[in-house]
Design a protein around this ligand. Structure first.
Ligand code: HEC
Ligand code: HEC
Ligand code: HEC
Ligand code: HEC
Ligand code: HEC
Length: 420
């Protein structure tokens, strides 16, 4: 027994590769055992514990036979490997050294892993370093209500299972980026996203959706004065919109990846048809309406209106809206446009990723894209002839539509924003 152990030891010490392999194997095993049973909510912790450490372990295991082979070639056969003459104080010193190295390695690996986990979790990593191809999404994200919400809160969520699934697909994506085989623009992620109960509802719990909300939308004409027109909507968010879909069993079929055409819908088994149900079936959740809660790419008109409303673009310049649209649509050189217009262009147009106006439809309304009207078009009918309603007051009361000085805002005591 004793001599078998010594033979084994002499193999490991015969070549530095084998020795290095031994150290890597033991350390990664020790670190793995220390970390593997910690409970964690950070998905990247998992990459380290379940991908990198086992990887190191295997790497070490491969080094050992490689070292033994090198050694035996050098001295003409395994049987010639001299038995390690390690006894007494020499042995104690050797084991002491191995123990010390292990402790040092554990310390280094833990510190390094803590730092790398922290780093990999950062939005900088997600949005830029590793994912340069995602910089359009990162830029739109920084200018959104979720700018302070981590990418991983929506894209991975808590727990280990989804993390593993995401990282496996992440590995495939790393290859796609390395060999430049990815699709441009990047496909919308809805298929691979986790059901929104585990992501969105971690922060927005449906029980708190109770009230309706007033929305005041400013639009500007393309005339000399850039005339301001105001639309006032009472959005039936809590009383109808969320109630009608959230927590209900609504399924639909769409035949194309962007999900802009929906020929078939069912609510608790009642079918509404506008065509044949060919395509992939999906259970509706938050993301079917809020598909752009953060990577909301703009369309030229509303983007310019927003800049005019905030004052970033000076409304007193004659025809500023018309000229901004001409520049954004490539009918006038963008170089001569005001800074605010250049910024809108840079935020939304990404030639390197083939992203131009409208590349990513936004499903929340029905203005630039079909949105709600994908189903609410009075065309989807059930067996008894009832349709999914397009009646304007189903979703909102139109308190004013494109008025210069809406009466309703005066009644509510809200200034119209017109400069006096
Ligand atoms: C508030 C939740 C949320 C956050 C935070 C978030 N995303 Fe997304 N992301 C989504 C949703 C929802 C989609 C799916 C859009 C669709 O299918 O139409 C998506 C899609 C994507 C896509 C696919 C391309 C596209 O535009 O559809 C990329 C790439 C992406 N996100 C990257 C990121 C990065 C990088 C970050 C952090 C900087 C991030 N996301 C943060 C919700 C989020
Ligand atoms: C980590 C917490 C968190 C997660 C996860 C999250 N949100 Fe949010 N959400 C917020 C915060 C914070 C705000 C900003 C509230 C504010 O500005 O008043 C917000 C705002 C919103 C708004 C209002 C936007 C506006 O224009 O005012 C919508 C809609 C929304 N989130 C939808 C979603 C959807 C859909 C998801 C899942 C894809 C999601 N959120 C995931 C925290 C979160
Ligand atoms: C049928 C489509 C639809 C679904 C499904 C849906 N929402 Fe909404 N949600 C809306 C609309 C429309 C608004 C109002 C947007 C506006 O006024 O611009 C809204 C508003 C919101 C707001 C802002 C509320 C406020 O008072 O400002 C949040 C947050 C939100 N939704 C989160 C969610 C979450 C989380 C889910 C999933 C549990 C969800 N929504 C499901 C359509 C939907
Ligand atoms: C995938 C199809 C689908 C989409 C997309 C969709 N809805 Fe619906 N919606 C339905 C169905 C089906 C019903 C009917 C539910 C029932 O029978 O109770 C419904 C009902 C409603 C109702 C209640 C109608 C009533 O008579 O009380 C409102 C409000 C509503 N939707 C708003 C919206 C808004 C706002 C959007 C876009 C942000 C939207 N829906 C997008 C399928 C959809
Ligand atoms: C199924 C729900 C639904 C129905 C039906 C509906 N709308 Fe809307 N509408 C919305 C939502 C959601 C928004 C808000 C989009 C957003 O947040 O920007 C909206 C926004 C609007 C706006 C403001 C657009 C802007 O400039 O930003 C107008 C105007 C409007 N709707 C008119 C109508 C008219 C007219 C009808 C009847 C033909 C109608 N809507 C039917 C859901 C609906």
């Amino acid at each position: 027994m004793k001599s078998a152990f010594r033979v084994f030891l002499s193999y490991l010490l015969c070549d530095w590769l084998a020795t290095a392999g031994t150290i890597i194997v033991t350390t990664s095993a020790v670190v793995f055992l220390t970390l593997a049973f910690e409970s964690f909510s950070n998905p990247y912790y998992g990459i380290l514990v379940f991908l990198i450490l086992p990887g190191l372990f295997v790497f070490g295991l491969v080094l050992i036979p490689l070292g033994v082979w090198r050694c035996s070639r050098r001295i003409g056969g395994v049987s010639n490997i001299p038995e390690a003459q390690i006894t007494g104080t020499k042995a104690i010193r050797l084991f002491g050294l191995i123990a010390l190295l292990t402790v040092v390695n554990v310390a280094i690996l833990s510190a390094a892993s803590y730092q790398s986990v922290k780093y990999m979790d950062s939005n900088q990593f997600c949005g830029t370093t590793c994912h340069t191809v995602m910089s359009p999404q990162h830029t739109a994200y920084q200018d959104s209500p979720h700018a302070r919400v981590d990418c991983v809160s929506c894209h991975i969520g808590p727990g280990a299972e989804w993390f593993v699934q995401y990282k496996l697909s992440g590995l495939a994506q790393v290859f796609a980026v390395t060999f430049n085989t990815y699709h441009k623009p990047l496909p919308a992620a809805i298929r691979s996203l986790r059901p929104s109960q585990d992501t969105c509802e971690q922060c927005h719990w449906p029980q708190k959706f109770i009230s309706d909300k007033l929305r005041i939308v400013k639009r500007y004409d393309e005339d000399e004065k850039n005339t301001e027109k105001t639309t006032v909507l009472l959005m039936h968010i809590g009383t109808r919109i969320h109630k009608a879909h959230v927590g209900r069993n609504i399924e639909y079929v769409s035949s194309e990846p962007a999900r802009q055409e929906i020929p078939w819908v069912s609510v608790d088994g009642v079918e509404y048809k506008a065509g044949e149900p060919v395509g992939e079936k999906r259970r509706m959740d938050c993301i079917d309406c809020h598909n752009r809660p953060t990577h909301a790419f703009e369309t030229p008109g509303p983007a310019v209106d927003k800049a005019l409303e905030s004052g970033e673009l000076d409304r007193s310049i004659p025809f500023v809206k018309r000229d901004a649209l001409l520049a954004l649509n490539g009918k006038k050189p963008i170089d001569g446009a005001p800074v605010a217009v250049k910024r809108i262009f840079a935020r939304n147009i990404w030639p390197r990723m083939d992203i131009t106006w409208g590349a990513y439809p936004n499903n929340i309304g029905h203005d630039a894209f079909p949105g709600c009207f994908r189903c609410h078009d009075d065309n989807h009918k059930n067996a008894s002839g009832k349709s999914i309603s397009q009646d304007c007051s189903t979703c909102h009361e139109l308190l004013a539509v494109g008025e210069e000085s809406p009466e309703i805002l005066k009644q509510l005591g809200i200034a119209t924003g017109e400069k006096k």
